[in-house]
Design a protein around this ligand. Structure first.
Ligand SMILES: *Cc1c(COP(=O)(O)O)cnc(C)c1O
Length: 289
């Protein structure tokens, strides 16, 4: 399942930028999509190698990571369990997780904070249980995300990605350095106070060379939107035929568009936006459209 993938690089229409492209990691799989596929790739082979049959992970009630883990587990013939942050709820995402066979355990926000102790309490004596951190964070995730760089043209001036924890961004930057490229990585945090993303990347890599953070495109915070963002999504999706989501990829595309209007780029520079997928989450925001 983690061998050949379909993730083309496609050109976008843009009134200013002549070389704006998008890496369609959203097309890898509808459920194990985008960066979640990249992050799980080496975690799943590690679980297989260690002969673990039960993936145990963590996430919020609208987590793309939970859905990706549920779908990946069922396809690989593994069991999956998720600790879900907060009170018991029902929604489209969790319904899909359960359809893929995932067991959901709702835990209050305080207990949720200590993930290793939750794991130990519930699965400490299950030799089959395999711990996967929230969002799939860790070195395996970096290795998987770094591989995106090898699938892009070397002469790329700017790569853009959206960030929640910064793990994907760290992997991309690792890939850029490993290949000795001059490309600049631009990261658009999806949450307020996104400066911490640079610290996270530093913790992984020990440097932040060729990294630029754009922290002013959070639209009020994580999963928050504003009418300008919703209007932007409507016009982007209808004119480009590529779906983006309000939580992550729309904020990244908006940032590129806004920066281009401020003459941030030379109009012939090659820019590639990474479509990190996660489109099922838009179902939870249907009232905004
Ligand atoms: C989870 C997710 C991100 C954030 O990835 P991080 O590695 O946590 O920064 C970005 N885009 C989409 C679509 C996601 O689902």
């Amino acid at each position: 399942m983690f061998t050949d993938i379909h993730s083309p690089v496609q050109q976008l229409k843009h009134p200013i930028l002549q070389q704006l492209w998008i890496k369609r990691d959203d097309l890898i799989d509808p459920y194990i999509s985008g960066n979640k596929w990249r992050k799980l790739k080496y975690l799943l082979s590690k679980a297989k190698k260690e002969n673990k049959h039960h993936l145990v992970t963590f996430g919020g009630a609208y987590s793309n990571h939970l859905l990706a883990t549920a779908a990946a587990a069922s396809r690989a013939g593994l069991k999956s369990t998720a600790f879900v942050r907060g009170e018991t709820v029902k929604n489209e995402m969790l319904m899909l997780c359960q359809l893929f066979g995932m067991t959901l355990l709702f835990v209050d926000r305080t207990s949720y904070k200590n993930k290793t102790s939750l794991f130990e309490q519930h699965f400490g004596d299950d030799p089959n249980a395999f711990f996967i951190d929230e969002g799939g964070a860790g070195m395996e995730a970096l290795t998987g995300c770094a591989e995106i760089i090898a699938e892009l043209p070397e002469a790329t001036d700017h790569i853009f990605c959206a960030a929640g924890t910064g793990t994907t961004a760290a992997g991309l930057l690792k890939g850029i350095h490993e290949r000795g490229l001059k490309t600049i990585l631009h990261v658009v945090p999806a949450l307020k106070g996104g400066e911490f993303i640079a610290d996270e990347i530093f913790k992984y890599l020990g440097h932040t060379h060729q990294l630029i953070l754009h922290t002013d495109y959070h639209f009020g915070g994580y999963a928050k939107t504003k009418p300008e963002l919703i209007d932007f999504i409507k016009s982007f999706v209808s004119s480009q035929g590529v779906l983006i989501d309000p939580v992550y990829t729309a904020k990244m595309m908006y940032a590129i568009d806004d920066l281009s209007k401020r003459n941030y780029f030379k109009k012939e520079e090659k820019i590639i936006a990474i479509h990190t997928g996660g489109l099922m989450g838009i179902l939870g925001m249907k009232d905004k459209f």
